[in-house]
Design a protein around this ligand. Structure first.
Ligand SMILES: Cc1cc2nc3c(=O)[nH]c(=O)nc-3n(C[C@H](O)[C@H](O)[C@H](O)COP(=O)(O)O)c2cc1C
Length: 169
């Protein structure tokens, strides 16, 4: 893995987050969990390179993100869509996703979880978090569309600093 500056990535984040998808992973060497996500973004905030992700509180991964200071984002590429399908439909409460998918974890110097299969890995330190709130929607139809009926609870948004980023060569 080669370390790169966050602004040197040639990929278009709208495409890779929305179409390629990513794994959001948090926890410790001893116990961690990972899930597929396709909502989020990257940017520049408080003079730092940041990512932002949206996690529903019912996800098992949510507990790990809440309990630690860091999480990681792993982009596995289109060839690992099968991994994303498992990690995006099954819960770590019910299955061991590492065994089920065969992906190979390793750990950053800070002890955060990365995957050998990832073509891009981002280590993120949480800076800010808040729940999505119905009263704050200016386009009210979005709340009904994404949080009405059986959709699930509103997401919690996390803004996190990109502290390290690697690409697989
Ligand atoms: C393509 C795709 C994108 C997803 N994006 C998100 C997301 O951005 N936020 C979220 O909370 N759940 C998202 N999910 C759902 C979780 O990945 C799914 O509920 C997963 O089983 C949670 O696993 P866990 O309970 O082990 O954390 C997505 C699922 C898929 C298939």
């Amino acid at each position: 893995m080669k370390k790169i500056e966050p602004n040197k990535l040639p990929d278009n984040y709208i495409n890779i987050i929305g179409n390629e998808w990513m794994l959001v992973t948090a926890g410790t060497k001893e116990k961690f969990n990972t899930m597929t996500a396709s909502w989020g973004g990257t940017g520049f905030l408080w003079n730092r390179p940041v990512v932002f992700i949206f996690i529903r509180p019912e996800r098992y991964t949510y507990e790990f993100i809440e309990n630690g200071d860091y999480f990681t984002l792993s982009f596995l590429g289109q060839e690992h869509k099968d991994v994303h399908k498992i990690c995006g439909s099954k819960s770590g409460r019910d299955i061991d996703k590492i065994k089920a998918t065969g992906i190979q974890p390793y750990f950053s110097e800070s002890g955060n979880i990365l995957f050998k299969e990832a073509r891009i890995s981002i280590e993120c330190k949480k800076l800010y978090t808040d729940m999505i709130k119905e009263e704050n929607f200016l386009d009210k139809s979005l709340f009904e569309k994404w949080y009405g009926g059986a959709h699930g609870n509103p997401h919690k948004v996390y803004v996190a600093e990109i502290v390290n980023m690697w690409v697989n060569e």
